[in-house]
Design a protein around this ligand. Structure first.
Ligand code: MN
Ligand code: MN
Length: 467
């Protein structure tokens, strides 16, 4: 007969040691169903918003449906009122007024809507060897070789000289044409194969193939290019010079799909960081009368360093909190100092195929829940906001009491590389902040992978934080 009594050692282990889940989270059938259902909405969001502009348009529509109105710093608001501030159609702030006075601080969640991609150059269109191409300049940290020979779509806006804005989206509908960056056949790639991975495809080789039919004419030159601009003119009413005032992005043309026989994961373009944007958005939308006023920031430009007036190194978030403070006769600095923030961004999930870049005791794993990252940075914590022990304790308490499954993780081994998030820009405002997010496999690749359970637990974490 088995002895079910625990030994003194087992009891001591139970009381004193950490108990990481063995083999990932096992949720009840009911919770698992909720997590999977939640992710159906997330996949739709991924498919409908592939750039920060499309995401802002979509979120504004969702917010207005949920009762949010454009923010007016001169208006009077009461608990439960909902406002938003649209920063140039590329970044967004949302807010639900709380029952506590603003002097108690606000609860900020920040994430970003921009994703690594290929941006068109200002003068992109050219023809060579009777093929029509678009020149690109990549945006964010990509492995360039991953962008060759995959289906691509074109998204963005063109603003004509008269101010009229044309929205472009080609390659998403199954009846749309797609585009691609060509790569060299292996038979003739002997020299290319000797390049380093970084140079597998070079920046100036990321040229997007968009056509090959010449315009029928005996005299005109560059007839393929002419035919392409003719098609664009027919569809959008633009001329070549209108590319000069455009923001056109080339992104993967495929849709978000369930990944795995168990459908436990999602493979998609742009989880970083729309997964945190969507989960924090869902938590924000459902707030009725939170105790503290909530501020949800959906930022742009994180992937290129947060500079620019729609990035979080700009003052728009600070100014918004100052406006909230002024409404109740408080100073912005006092409100900021009393505020707390979750900086919501993805982290690298442990990938056993490339396990040697992680330190296994301090890395995050797929399907182990939302990951809390005390600090990021590189080379001796350089360039990081390191959350205080006090703030870490309050976040631990919050998540444990809310029944949120969570884990902790550093971004890779010491000196293996590193990276940063927007946390340091929030810390600059004198706000307590820590990084929270979803572990991702193949981060920044055209197809990134997340676990549905982690997505759901991240949503739960934000809900607990702002309720
Ligand atoms: Mn990110
Ligand atoms: Mn990123």
């Amino acid at each position: 007969m088995a002895n079910t009594e625990k030994t003194a050692g087992e009891l001591l282990q139970e009381r004193l040691l950490m108990h990481p889940e063995n083999g990932g989270i096992i949720l009840s059938d009911e919770e698992l169903e909720k997590a999977f259902a939640f992710c159906e909405g997330y996949k739709k969001f991924l498919d409908e918003a592939k750039t920060e502009r499309e995401a802002v348009d979509l979120v504004v529509a969702m917010a207005e449906k949920a009762g949010y109105v454009p923010f007016d710093p001169k208006a009077d608001y009461k608990a439960g009122d909902k406002v938003y501030l649209n920063n140039r159609g590329k970044a967004l702030l949302m807010c639900t007024f709380g029952t506590e006075p603003i002097s108690k601080g606000v609860r900020i969640v920040v994430s970003h809507l921009d994703n690594p991609r290929l941006d068109l150059k200002p003068n992109p269109l050219y023809e060579e060897a009777q093929l029509g191409y678009l020149k690109t300049h990549y945006y964010g940290g990509i492995k360039k070789y991953q962008w060759g020979a995959i289906p691509l779509a074109l998204h963005g806006v063109i603003v004509k000289k008269n101010g009229e804005t044309v929205r472009v989206s080609i390659g998403e509908d199954e009846n749309d044409p797609i585009f691609c960056v060509t790569d060299l056949l292996p038979h003739l790639a002997r020299e290319q194969m000797k390049r380093t991975l970084n140079e597998g495809l070079r920046g100036e080789e990321l040229n997007v193939l968009i056509g090959c039919h010449p315009f029928r004419d005996d005299k005109a030159s560059e007839k393929v290019k002419l035919n392409l601009i003719r098609l664009l003119n027919e569809k959008y009413g633009i001329v070549e010079a209108d590319f000069l005032s455009a923001e056109l992005c080339v992104v993967p043309a495929f849709k978000a799909r369930d990944l795995g026989l168990d459908r436990a994961m999602i493979g998609a373009y742009g989880h970083d960081d729309r997964v945190c944007a969507y989960t924090s958005l869902m938590a924000e939308l459902e707030q009725k009368t939170p105790s503290h006023t909530t501020v949800l920031a959906l930022a742009d430009k994180e992937e290129t360093g947060s500079e620019g007036n729609t990035g979080l190194d700009s003052r728009y978030l600070e100014d918004f909190v100052k406006d909230l403070a002024a409404m109740q006769g408080e100073t912005g600095r006092a409100v900021l100092a009393a505020s707390t923030c979750l900086s919501a961004d993805v982290n690298a999930a442990y990938d056993p195929t490339f396990g040697d870049v992680c330190e296994r005791r301090n890395t995050s794993y797929l399907n182990y829940g939302v990951v809390i990252t005390k600090y990021t940075g590189s080379g001796g914590k350089y360039g990081t906001s390191d959350a205080t022990a006090e703030y870490m304790a309050s976040v631990r308490r919050l998540l444990d009491e809310g029944g949120v499954v969570w884990q902790t993780g550093e971004l890779g081994k010491v000196d293996a590389g590193g990276g940063g998030t927007v946390a340091k820009y929030i810390a600059k405002l004198n706000v307590d902040v820590v990084d929270v997010g979803v572990p991702v496999l193949s981060m920044h690749a055209p197809l990134e992978v997340v676990s549905k359970v982690d997505v759901y637990m991240t949503y739960r974490a934000f809900s607990e934080f702002i309720k």
